[in-house]
Design a protein around this ligand. Structure first.
Ligand code: 8YV
Length: 325
């Protein structure tokens, strides 16, 4: 009898076949209010979960007495109650290494598109207003040689420092829980406190996970410390920024603009002011959304689950060190 697992994301056919070689798979395209009753019922027999999104909390775990492993198709896992899983001996795995370069590319895309007003000017040209040379009212800001501030020097922050410093001659400031000498020697980077990062960055890029410590880390007081021509970029998790304070700062000219891929509540409401402000580029959480990377993330998550439920070595496990005791 193959172990039962619940899949709540669409997988490429070959990866679904790999999963079905090992498990009896109950498949949902994604978790919705409509399929929640069927999902909760399927939990009764599930030994594994694989997918992304949704809130996998104590209430869900209490309905899954046989659950042994959860494999998220994401690097972030703030929507999972990892402590509750650890208490229950449930292995929690993510996909930390396969999306780094793609997300760092997305940060550079947001820096360039926000500074140079790419979306706004392209739509202006497309609307038939281009009658001659573009006037200064549509000029943007230079990116090269400007100071990039990286809040969170993890894998993605490091890949971003490489792109910015080696590719665009940008001096790098960064803040994290501790300094990383390797970054400083390789990419002309300087560790600094948050206030310095806020006051000296031309582009402040947030690459932090969402934790109780990072929730609303950037609010009204922090935004006031930024330069009026500074641009805030967020590809980590939306709630790291107090979104209401950000909207007020963008409207008041406290900062120049924002390039966003994540929001306090997703999907971002169509009537959100963030979609209407001309100095904002708002992307729909596509940081890792390339064909290659999403395939690699899904393959990594499938292998994680197979290893955890049928093998003896947990890979990319968030809490193996705790479970190993
Ligand atoms: C997407 C992400 O949410 O990996 C993460 O933590 O936020 C993004 O990559 C995820 O890839 C959706 O499957």
């Amino acid at each position: 009898m193959k172990p039962s697992v619940i899949l709540y994301k669409i997988l490429p056919d070959d990866l679904l076949a790999r999963l079905e070689q090992h498990f009896t798979v109950t498949q949902f395209n994604r978790l919705t209010a409509e399929n929640r009753p069927a999902f909760l019922q399927a939990l009764e027999h599930a030994e594994g979960l694989i997918g992304s999104g949704g809130q996998i909390d104590k209430a869900v775990l209490d309905l899954a007495p046989k659950l042994r492993a959860v494999s998220t198709i994401s690097v972030g896992y703030d929507n999972f109650d990892v402590n509750a899983m650890t208490e229950r001996g449930i292995v929690m795995m993510h996909t930390p290494t396969v999306l780094t370069e793609t997300v760092a590319d997305t940060v550079m895309a947001l820096i360039l598109s926000t500074a140079r007003r790419v979306v706004e000017v392209a739509n202006w040209a497309k609307s038939g207003q281009w009658k001659g040379s573009v006037g200064s009212d549509l000029f943007g800001l230079d990116v090269h040689h400007k100071t990039i501030g990286i809040l969170g020097m993890g894998r993605i922050g490091l890949a971003l420092a490489q792109r910015a410093n080696l590719g665009f001659n940008m001096p790098v400031l960064y803040n994290d829980r501790q300094a990383n000498p390797a970054v400083e020697s390789r990419f002309n980077a300087r560790f600094c406190d948050l206030d310095t990062l806020l006051s000296e960055s031309d582009f402040l890029c947030i690459s932090l996970p969402l934790t109780p410590q990072t929730h609303h880390l950037i609010g009204k007081d922090q935004l006031k410390k930024m330069k009026p021509n500074a641009i805030l970029i967020n590809t980590g998790r939306g709630p790291v920024i107090d979104e209401a304070a950000l909207i007020e700062a963008l409207k008041a000219g406290t900062i120049h603009g924002a390039g966003l891929d994540v929001y306090e509540k997703e999907p971002l409401a169509p009537d959100s002011e963030l979609f209407r402000l001309p100095n904002v580029v708002a992307l729909p959480h596509i940081g890792s959304a390339t064909h290659e990377t999403r395939y690699n993330m899904s393959a990594c998550a499938v292998d994680n689950l197979i290893t955890a439920l049928t093998g003896t070595v947990e890979v990319n496990c968030v809490n193996a060190q705790v479970l190993a005791k």
